[in-house]
Design a binder for this molecule. Structure first.
Ligand code: XMP
Ligand code: MG
Length: 188
């Protein structure tokens, strides 16, 4: 049966145009703060790919990119509370994390368990600094004390998809961010 992605969206939160202009602002902030620091932008796969592609072009100072794979949700719409990290982290970063200014690029900060785990692993590699740039910051009370140093938007505690964010691997290619209709995932 053919799927119509748009009809599964309850309402649009951020349009393509809103995303574009806000990501440009955050890119400009990073460019100012990291002038002459040659930052390494590290995206958390897969949710950050669309954001990373736009953000890196909004950064107008020299920088490099790398990606790490981490998962907490599996196929569900709520966190499993366990983080799987794939592959060799030093290899993924080109074994050059030591002494580097690292910016972790994440699609959405929810419980913060993913970034807590990933940033802990990265700090073991002795970088010069580690900061967090999140596209979305979910307004939830967290037991983990971690915040985004850069963020594009706050969102309520609702399940959102699009612009890289998925539900069971679908909807990542929507050009906007929207709230997924509850009936789509309530069977879980
Ligand atoms: P934690 O809880 O570790 O979660 O901060 C971060 C990861 O959980 C996923 N996540 C979502 N994915 N819509 C999504 O498509 C959401 O509303 C949502 N909330 C959390 C996401 O993969 C993120 O990297
Ligand atoms: Mg996900």
């Amino acid at each position: 049966m053919e799927k119509n992605m748009n009809k599964d969206i309850e309402r649009i939160l951020f349009s393509e145009e809103q995303l574009k202009s806000r990501v440009k602002e955050v890119g400009a902030e990073i460019s100012r703060d990291y002038k002459d620091k040659n930052p390494l932008l590290v995206g958390i796969l897969k949710g950050s790919v669309v954001f990373m592609a736009d953000l890196m072009r909004a950064v107008d100072i020299p920088c490099q990119i790398a990606f790490l794979s981490a998962r907490s949700y599996g196929l569900k719409a709520s966190s499993s509370g366990k983080i799987d990290m794939d592959g060799d982290i030093e290899y993924a970063l080109g074994a050059h994390a030591q002494g580097r200014h690292i910016i972790l690029v994440e699609d959405i900060l929810d419980t913060a368990l993913t970034l807590y785990t990933v940033s802990g692993r990265i700090r073991e590699l002795n970088p010069a600094s580690v900061k967090i740039c999140a596209l979305l910051d979910k307004q939830v009370s967290r037991s983990i004390d971690l915040h985004a140093d850069y963020k594009c938007f706050d969102v309520e505690n609702e399940f959102v998809v699009g612009y890289g964010l998925d539900y069971a691997q679908d909807y990542r290619n929507l050009p906007y961010i929207g709230v997924l209709k509850r009936e789509v995932y309530s069977a879980d």
